[in-house]
Design a protein around this ligand. Structure first.
Ligand code: ADP
Ligand code: MG
Length: 678
C-alpha cells in the first residue's frame, strides 16, 4: 500500500463507501491522510466512576447487563452497566442494535461520551467504547472530528486512517531539513500522525503549526515562482502622460478620493515599465474602481495600445461599456470604446471585429470570450478583469501569444479581504486597496427583523414597491431541507408570488439555471418588468439596478457579514433611499455579529470581524476559492503566516531548487496552476 493506492484497497472499503468518500475528496490513501480533522473533542482524561460530573467523560470500566429492545417502532434501545472499583453507571445507545452483540463481557473498556441527566436518570448516551489498549482510536484521547457527509461518520474515517497508519509512518518529508531545523518544525510523519491520533494537546498544537506553516509556505512559494516567471516576460512600457491624466481628472464631475489617486498613481508607474503589471485593485462596492480602470485605459489608448476589459456577465459588460464610454468621451476617446459580446447580431459582431483589427476600437469590453474568441487584438497593451474567476498563468500566456508580448494586467475585486490575508491568498499580485468611499453617499438603512414581524415588514416594503421601486430577495438555499424549512428560493418564491406579494410581479433566479436564462431574467428585472427578484447569492457580484432600493435577506444568520455586505451593495446604486432587511429564520435575539451590519458600512471592517468571530471559513465563504483551501493554517494567525511567507522568500534567496524536493515540487506545481482570484 502506498499514498497513491486507491482507497478501495483498505479493508472494509467497498464501492458504496468509496463513493461517499469521494464526496469528501478522498480517492486515494494519500487523500485520506490529507483529510485532516475539522476539530477535536478532548476525551483524554480517564476518570473513575465516583468522579463523574456532567459533560464529556472517559472511563476505564467493564461492561455488563447488556440488553437490547425496541421501545416502539423504529426506536431501539441498548442498555448496559459500566462498573469500575468505585461504582457503576448506566450506558444507553439509541438505534444501534448491533451493540449488544459486540460487547465482550468482563473485558476492560475505554468508554467516552456525554454524561448527563436524561429523564430523571444520569447516564452516558451513545458512548464510544473500545477495548483498553495502548492505541485507542475513538476513546480516551483527543478525538478528531472529520468533515462528515451523509452516511459516513468520523469513527469510520478514524478506523480507515488507523488501517493506513503504516503508510503514514512512511510518508516522505516534503520540506528541506534546514527549514525544519530553523523553524523547529515537526517532521511530516509525526505531524500527520498527531493530527489523526493526537498524543496530547501540546503535540497536536505543534502538528497544526507544522502543517499550517507548510500550507502557507507552499502557497507563497508558488506565488513567488509565478511572479518570478512573469517578470522574465517583457511587456510594453506605456509612458505616463501628465497632461492627459490631469485633463481626465479635471473633467470628472467629482474629485478623486485619496485612495483612488494613490491606486492610479501606482498603476501609472506599473504601466510605464516593460515589466508586466499584475495588480489587484480591491475595493468595496461603490468605491469607484471603474474610474481607476478608465484612467489606466486612457493612458494605453493614447499610445495606440488596445485594452481588453472583461466582465463576468454580458449585462455587466454592457453597463461597463456605457460607463467607460461616458468617462472617456470627456477626453475624446469615447469613440474608441467597443462592446463585443455573444448576443450581438452577426453583422454587428463582424463590424466590431473589423474595427478592432483596424485599431479603431482601442478599449473593447466583453466577457471572457474576448480572449478565447478569434479577436485580432494586434496591439494589446492592457487587460482589465472585473470580478473574474480563474485568471492565471495560462490565461496570461494565451494573451501573450496573441499580443506578441505580455500585456499588463489589472484585476478588480469587490470582495473585501483584509490586506494581511490578501497578501497570502493573492501572493503573486501587487495589491492596491480602495479603502475609502466617495463622499456624500446615502447610507443604506439596515435592519434586523424577526420572522414574527414579517406582516409589518411586508407592508413597509409594499409602500416602496407602490412607489415603483424594486426589491431583491436573497435566500440561503436552493431547496428546502429537513432542518430548515422555508429558506429555499423555491419556497420563498412561492410564498412571495402566491401569497405575500401576489399582486406584484416576481421572478426566480438561481445558480442552477443556464447563464443565458439568468441573464435574460436579470435584464428583464433591470428593464423594470419585474418588481421582485428572488434568488440565491448568484446576484452577489452583479449588475447595477438603480431602481432597486430594497435588499431582503432570508435566513440572514446563515451568511457571513462580508457576504451580506456585498449583497447589500446591490442596492443604493441610484438616487433612492435604500434599505436592507435581514430576516432571521427564528425569533431568537440576533447575534452581536449581525448587529454590526446595522451600524457599519465598511466592508473591510466587516471582513475582519468575520475572521475574528467565525474564522477563515467565513472569508472562504465569500471567495469560493476551491483548491486554495488552507486546511490547517489559521489565517488569523498572522505571526505564523508572516514566518511562513518569509521562509518561502528565503527558499528563493538561497537559490534552492525544487528539484531537490520532489514532494514539495509536486504540490507547488499544482498550486501554480490554480489562479489567484478564485
Ligand atoms: P465600483 O466598481 O468600485 O463598485 P464604481 O466605479 O461603479 O464603483 O463607482 C460607483 C459610483 O461612484 C459611480 O457612479 C461613480 O461615478 C461614482 N464615483 C466614483 N468615484 C467617485 C468619487 N471620487 N467621488 C464621487 N463619486 C464617485
Ligand atoms: Mg464595479
Amino acid at each position: 500500500m502506498t499514498l497513491a493506492s486507491p482507497i478501495t484497497g483498505l479493508k472494509g472499503v467497498g464501492d458504496e463507501l468509496a463513493k461517499k468518500l469521494a464526496v469528501l475528496g478522498v480517492k486515494t490513501v494519500g487523500d485520506l491522510i490529507d483529510n485532516f480533522p475539522r476539530r477535536y473533542e478532548d476525551y483524554s482524561n480517564v476518570i473513575e466512576i465516583h468522579e463523574l460530573r456532567p459533560g464529556g467523560v472517559t472511563l476505564e470500566a467493564r461492561i455488563s447487563n447488556v440488553t437490547g429492545r425496541y421501545v416502539r417502532r423504529g426506536m431501539h434501545i441498548t442498555e448496559a452497566i459500566a462498573s469500575d472499583k468505585t461504582g457503576s453507571v448506566r450506558l444507553v445507545w439509541f438505534n444501534q442494535p448491533y451493540r449488544a452483540g459486540a460487547i465482550k463481557h468482563g473485558q476492560p473498556y475505554f468508554i467516552s461520551g456525554e454524561y448527563a441527566l436524561r429523564r430523571g436518570r444520569f447516564s452516558i448516551a451513545n458512548p464510544s467504547v473500545e477495548l483498553v489498549s495502548d492505541f485507542p482510536v475513538n476513546t480516551a484521547r483527543i478525538i478528531p472530528i472529520y468533515k462528515e457527509t451523509k452516511g459516513i461518520k468520523s469513527y469510520q474515517i478514524r478506523k480507515l486512517v488507523r488501517e493506513a497508519i503504516d503508510v503514514v509512518k512512511k510518508m516522505p518529508e516534503p520540506l528541506p531539513q534546514w527549514l525544519l531545523d530553523e523553524q523547529r518544525l515537526l517532521d511530516y510523519r509525526t505531524a500527520a500522525l498527531e493530527m489523526h491520533f493526537p498524543s496530547g494537546a501540546e503535540m497536536l498544537n505543534k502538528a497544526q503549526r507544522r502543517l499550517g506553516f507548510e500550507e502557507v509556505f507552499r502557497l507563497t512559494l508558488a506565488a513567488l515562482l509565478n511572479k518570478h516567471e512573469l517578470y522574465k516576460d517583457k511587456s510594453v512600457a506605456i509612458p505616463f502622460n501628465e497632461k492627459l491624466a490631469k485633463d481626465f481628472v479635471a473633467k470628472l464631475p467629482f474629485k478623486l478620493t485619496d485612495a483612488q489617486r494613490k491606486a492610479v498613481w501606482k498603476i501609472y508607474q506599473d504601466l510605464d515599465s516593460t515589466q508586466p503589471m499584475n495588480r489587484l485593485l480591491e475595493g468595496d462596492v461603490g468605491s469607484g474602481k471603474t474610474v481607476v480602470a478608465a484612467m489606466a485605459s486612457v493612458m494605453a489608448m493614447e499610445q495606440n495600445f488596445q485594452v481588453a476589459f472583461m466582465a463576468p456577465t454580458e449585462i455587466l459588460a454592457r453597463q461597463h461599456a456605457d460607463t467607460l464610454y461616458r468617462l472617456l468621451s470627456n477626453v475624446d476617446y469615447g469613440n474608441h470604446v467597443g462592446l463585443l459580446i455573444g448576443s450581438l447580431k452577426p453583422a454587428q459582431k463582424k463590424e466590431c471585429h473589423i474595427r478592432i483589427a483596424s485599431g479603431q476600437i482601442r478599449l473593447m469590453v466583453g466577457t471572457h470570450a474576448l480572449i478565447s474568441e478569434h479577436v485580432n487584438m494586434h496591439k494589446l497593451g492592457l487587460v482589465i478583469i472585473d470580478e473574474q474567476h480563474r485568471f492565471g498563468v495560462e490565461q496570461r500566456k494565451k494573451l501573450q501569444a496573441k499580443a506578441g508580448h505580455m500585456p499588463h494586467v489589472l484585476h478588480m475585486s469587490a470582495t473585501p479581504i483584509p490586506r494581511s490575508i490578501a497578501l497570502t491568498l493573492y501572493g503573486e499580485l501587487d495589491i492596491s486597496i480602495l479603502d475609502e468611499m466617495p463622499p456624500g453617499r446615502r447610507e443604506i438603512k439596515t435592519k434586523i427583523c424577526s420572522p414574527n414581524s414579517r406582516a409589518q415588514l411586508n407592508k413597509e416594503i409594499d409602500k416602496e414597491l407602490e412607489r415603483g421601486r424594486q426589491m431583491f430577495v436573497v435566500c440561503p438555499l436552493i431547496l428546502d431541507t429537513e432542518m430548515s424549512r422555508g429558506l429555499s428560493v423555491e419556497e420563498v418564491y412561492k410564498r412571495i408570488s402566491e401569497k405575500d406579494f401576489k399582486h406584484r410581479r416576481a421572478a426566480l433566479l438561481h445558480g442552477k439555471m443556464r447563464s443565458v436564462e439568468k441573464e435574460n431574467i436579470m435584464q428583464k428585472f433591470l428593464d423594470g418588468q419585474y418588481d421582485i427578484l428572488v434568488s440565491t447569492t448568484v446576484i452577489e457580484v452583479g449588475v447595477d439596478v438603480p431602481n432597486a432600493s430594497i435588499m431582503l435577506i432570508e435566513g440572514a444568520e446563515r451568511f457571513g457579514l462580508a457576504q451580506i455586505h456585498q449583497l447589500r451593495g446591490r442596492v443604493g446604486r441610484g438616487e433612492h433611499q435604500s434599505y436592507c432587511f435581514l430576516v432571521l429564520s427564528d425569533s431568537k435575539t440576533p447575534s452581536q455579529r449581525l448587529r454590526a451590519l446595522e451600524h457599519t458600512t465598511d466592508g473591510f471592517k466587516l471582513a475582519e470581524l468575520d475572521l475574528e468571530l467565525r474564522g477563515p471559513g467565513a472569508i472562504y465563504g465569500t471567495m469560493q476559492h476551491g483548491a486554495l483551501d488552507l486546511r490547517v493554517a489559521k489565517l488569523a494567525d498572522t505571526k505564523l503566516i508572516a514566518t511562513a511567507r518569509n521562509a518561502a522568500q528565503e527558499f528563493i534567496n538561497r537559490q534552492e531548487t525544487l528539484r531537490k524536493y520532489p514532494h514539495l515540487a509536486k504540490k507547488v506545481a499544482a498550486l501554480r496552476t490554480i489562479t489567484n482570484l478564485n
